[in-house]
Design a protein around this ligand. Structure first.
Ligand SMILES: *[C@@H]1O[C@H](CO)[C@@H](O)[C@H](O)[C@H]1NC(C)=O
Ligand SMILES: *[C@@H]1O[C@H](CO)[C@@H](O)[C@H](O)[C@H]1NC(C)=O
Ligand SMILES: *[C@@H]1O[C@H](CO)[C@@H](O)[C@H](O)[C@H]1NC(C)=O
Ligand SMILES: *[C@@H]1O[C@H](CO)[C@@H](O)[C@H](O)[C@H]1NC(C)=O
Ligand SMILES: *[C@@H]1O[C@H](CO)[C@@H](O)[C@H](O)[C@H]1NC(C)=O
Ligand SMILES: *[C@@H]1O[C@H](CO)[C@@H](O)[C@H](O)[C@H]1NC(C)=O
Ligand SMILES: *[C@@H]1O[C@H](CO)[C@@H](O)[C@H](O)[C@H]1NC(C)=O
Ligand SMILES: *[C@@H]1O[C@H](CO)[C@@H](O)[C@H](O)[C@H]1NC(C)=O
Ligand SMILES: *[C@@H]1O[C@H](CO)[C@@H](O)[C@H](O)[C@H]1NC(C)=O
Length: 450
């Protein structure tokens, strides 16, 4: 969309554009046309190729993590709408921001990055693998590898020293939030573990998923107060040994855990994951009014920040895969997605282009809000109306061609990008180099002592 800078200007335009985007869910071409306009409006916030800007990052004030979310959103757009317009940009961004160790902790973000931030890039990577998105060149890290590196580096931060386990929100001690163990960090690790379990068939990921889920449930950041409904609360502080649960509920947390359970049920066929999936689905009802999605914790008071305005987008994506993986969830989920998509089309009727998306879709029409999050959320709900028309996520056994390594992110030699090419010789080479480095450090130390 064309950015609007003055409120007066905005109000003066309101009466001019009363036409909502027209979509008819039974007409694929109407959906393609409408979503291509929304995607175009979304990319209005991408300036990675402008002078002085950085590839992969969206315009200020949008944080790095949301860019990871946005590239994942465009993967959904490509897949469901069969439009590859942005595919080269997606690949370029996902590869540019990997960081030197190919684990999505790039140096530029390392002073501020949290576990949740890293996870959203990892989720984009596993999505690319599961959709069999075009593989990067062999000298670049592969989608599966990147997702595994995110998982491995996050799992290494598991902290048993307080609260009986769990991940802290922050990676670095100097960031505020280091003493908070939150649902988005732990829920995202659970979610990635579930997807890696299904994609690779490696049982270790199932065991990790169990451990993370049990910890979240044990502390109470996953609710245990109702029989048939489950909620994900925001998190808890280590100062109280995680007994002070912050009871905010966000769509993306509910979605991370819901879809994680769905992947695990589909993979393990263990009944407990089906029951949990259905309980989180039952709990998701708090985010719908007349079947239209809303961000319950901030939208009614109109105080959602930029991050929070994108949460619905991920929730739509997670609902879509849940419906693909578990037939019993389909009626409920598709009713929510379909109704919300029509409501979003009504709400995408603002701005100077006449189809800028708003925040509140229960309100029939554009509510005057606009931004990257609004575009992403509308796009995800619309494209996910096609969830049942496309193959569910592929695995390495049925069509997924991405390669990886169980040790991704923990290898000593971070330039070891293409696991397919690892040979006994190159491994031996690596340990010889490590050995030489250690000896020279030792020699240096002795020289200092002497
Ligand atoms: C979508 O756009 C194409 C190309 O502009 C047009 O031919 C088609 O009629 C449009 N479909 C709908 C349903 O508006
Ligand atoms: C694909 O997306 C681009 C950009 O959003 C748009 O210009 C083009 O018309 C779209 N093609 C179809 C078939 O929807
Ligand atoms: C890091 O920041 C510098 C300076 O803005 C920029 O040139 C570079 O492209 C950035 N790299 C990444 C991976 O973001
Ligand atoms: C913290 O809580 C866990 C249960 O979540 C309990 O096992 C542990 O003993 C508690 N630690 C302290 C120091 O109270
Ligand atoms: C979900 O809610 C429905 C309706 O309240 C209930 O019948 C069902 O048992 C619940 N599912 C689970 C797994 O508890
Ligand atoms: C797993 O998902 C696939 C694809 O939707 C489906 O065919 C299969 O029945 C699912 N398995 C279970 C146990 O739900
Ligand atoms: C959602 O819309 C699709 C496309 O029109 C339709 O096939 C499906 O039956 C709808 N599902 C529900 C539950 O409304
Ligand atoms: C996935 O991509 C690979 C490499 O392009 C291709 O050989 C394979 O057929 C694709 N799988 C599916 C299910 O399309
Ligand atoms: C399975 O996953 C675990 C945990 O990440 C990893 O340590 C192990 O190397 C993996 N195994 C294989 C065969 O990839």
């Amino acid at each position: 969309m064309v950015k609007i800078h003055s409120l007066l200007f905005q109000i003066s335009l309101l009466p001019l554009f009363t036409n909502a985007l027209k979509i008819d869910l039974d007409d694929f071409s109407s959906l393609q046309n409408a979503t291509s306009l929304i995607a175009y409006g979304m990319m209005d916030y991408y300036n990675g190729h402008d002078y002085g800007q950085v590839i992969g990052m969206f315009a200020k004030p949008y944080y790095w993590w949301e860019a990871g979310g946005a590239w994942g959103c465009l993967l959904d757009y490509w897949y469901y709408m069969q439009n590859d317009t942005y595919n080269d940009l997606i690949t370029e961004a996902l590869l540019y921001q990997t960081g030197d160790r190919n684990d999505y902790v790039p140096l530029n973000q390392s002073t501020t990055e949290g576990n949740d931030d890293q996870a959203f890039w990892g989720i984009a990577a596993i999505t690319a693998a599961e959709r069999n998105f075009t593989n990067p060149p062999p000298d670049k890290p592969q989608w599966l590898y990147l997702a595994q590196a995110v998982f491995n580096t996050m799992a290494l931060r598991w902290d048993d020293s307080t609260c009986n386990g769990g991940l802290r929100w922050q990676i670095f001690v100097w960031n505020s939030g280091y003493s908070y163990k939150n649902s988005v960090s732990n829920g995202a690790l659970f979610h990635i573990a579930a997807r890696l379990a299904r994609y690779t068939g490696n049982q270790s990921y199932v065991e990790w998923a169990d451990k993370i889920y049990d910890w979240m449930f044990g502390t109470g950041i996953i609710s245990d107060e109702y029989e048939t409904y489950k909620f994900v609360y925001d998190g808890a502080n280590i100062e109280t040994n995680c007994t002070d649960i912050t009871r905010y509920q966000w769509t993306y947390n509910q979605g991370l855990v819901l879809a994680g359970c769905a992947y695990l049920y589909n993979h393990t066929q263990d009944e407990k994951w089906l029951i949990r999936t259905e309980q989180f689905l039952n709990g998701s009802v708090v985010f719908f009014r007349d079947n239209v999605i809303y961000e319950a914790a901030c939208q009614p008071n109109k105080n959602c920040n930029n991050d929070q305005r994108s949460f619905k987008a991920y929730f739509a994506r997670f609902l879509g895969v849940t419906a693909q993986l578990i037939p019993s969830t389909r009626d409920t989920i598709m009713r929510w997605i379909n109704t919300s998509a029509y409501a979003a089309a009504q709400a995408c009727s603002g701005g100077t282009d006449g189809h800028t998306c708003g925040m509140d879709w229960v309100w029939k029409g554009w509510d005057g809000y606009y931004g990257l999050g609004e575009q992403m959320a509308a796009l995800e709900f619309m494209v996910n109306t096609r969830a049942l028309d496309m193959p569910p996520p592929y695995t390495s056994f049925n069509g997924g061609s991405s390669t990886g390594s169980g040790a991704a992110g923990t290898e000593r030699d971070p330039t070891n990008l293409s696991p397919l090419h690892i040979t006994a010789g190159s491994k031996a080479g690596a340990s010889i180099i490590t050995c030489i480095v250690s000896i020279s450090i030792l020699t240096g130390a002795m020289w200092l002592v002497a």
